[in-house]
Write a protein that binds this ligand. Structure first.
Ligand code: F6P
Length: 315
């Protein structure tokens, strides 16, 4: 019997721990006697094929456990969103005899994987019809087996307790807010810190909890009064009266009011400057949250996740 051939790719925004996941996938596949390929540059690499799809061995993933980002690259591919792009991707896989795909990515990437899996039989039929592959190759790979590993700092995937990268991003936020707090306290200042998460407030919520922030704005729990700006200003004033030297407002990038209206950091800054009568600084943490070395938790979760799946499949 020929060896099972599978491929792994990382897609969407990178996340710390993706390398640990790739390493675990490659080594577990080899341990199980499968042939394993890495697709470079996410779905775009799948569409382009050729050098973008490379066979991996044990050493190909050596020394990457501690590295940030994803060593096999990632992209947000517009081409893969089209059926034509997915047809090219199917051809590239079939030509190598690959019919198993492990996708490490967020919501959009895993939705894309599911569409690809559903369309697989019809994509192969199209390739046979256009004379790109023969009926035997199509019949040898009737299904595309997909495994999704949720890699995203946002922790926004339903049914998943922790996604790859979230723990590291949370640590990074905590460190940054701690640093800001010390300068804020020295100057008796108020800071607004905006954190990533797209439409999910997890990072903001747990970042605020970990740093004892004064005010929090997240999309899941908008302020429950219309005059929340006045309430916020009064709370901060009360804090100052009680002896507090710094004020930290943490807001998620997807923060909304109860009418669903987006709240921008400059809106909050204006309200606070008017209400408190002082200058207010804004720090947008941005991509530092996503870059750099993964925490032990993210490395271990990514590794054990693959190991657990392997154990289950052996039962
Ligand atoms: O999904 C991860 C994430 O970092 C979000 O938190 C953020 O909104 C977005 O990606 C930023 O995307 P880009 O890297 O394309 O700027």
């Amino acid at each position: 019997m020929s060896r099972k051939k599978i491929a792994v790719l990382t897609s969407g925004g990178d996340a710390q721990g993706m390398n640990a996941a790739v390493r675990a996938v490659v080594r577990t596949a080899l341990d199980q006697g499968a042939e394993i390929y890495a697709v470079y540059e996410g779905y775009q690499g799948l569409v382009e094929g050729g050098e973008r799809i490379r066979k991996m061995d044990w050493d190909s993933v050596g020394g990457i456990l501690y590295r940030g980002g994803t060593v096999i690259g990632t992209a947000r591919s517009e081409e893969f969103r089209t059926r034509e792009g997915r047809c090219k991707a199917a051809l590239n896989l079939i030509q190598l005899g690959i019919d198993g795909l492990i996708v490490i990515g967020g919501d959009g990437s895993l939705t894309g994987a599911n569409i690809f899996r559903q369309e697989w039989p019809s994509l192969l039929a199209e390739l046979v019809q256009n004379g790109k592959i023969n009926a035997e190759s199509s019949a040898a790979h009737p299904n595309l087996l997909i495994v999704g590993m949720v890699g995203s700092i946002d922790n926004d995937f339903y049914g998943t307790e922790m996604t790859i990268g979230t723990d590291t991003a949370l640590h990074r936020i905590t460190e940054a807010v701690d640093a800001i707090t010390s300068t804020a306290a020295s100057h008796q200042r108020t800071f607004i810190v905006k954190v990533m998460g797209r439409n999910c407030g997890y990072l903001a919520l747990f970042g605020a909890l970990a740093t004892g922030a004064d005010w929090l704005l997240i999309p899941e729990a908008p302020p429950n009064v219309d005059n929340w700006q006045d309430v916020m200003v009064e709370r901060l004033k009360a804090g100052t009266k009680a002896g507090r030297r710094d004020h930290i407002i943490i807001m998620a990038e997807g923060a909304r009011d109860r009418d669903g209206k987006y709240i921008g950091s400059s809106d909050v800054q204006r309200v606070l400057e008017e209400g408190l009568g002082e200058e207010v600084r804004v720090t947008i943490l941005g991509h530092v949250q996503r870059g750099g070395r993964p925490s032990a938790y993210d490395r271990n979760m990514s590794t054990l996740y693959v190991w657990k799946k392997r154990e289950k499949s052996q039962r």
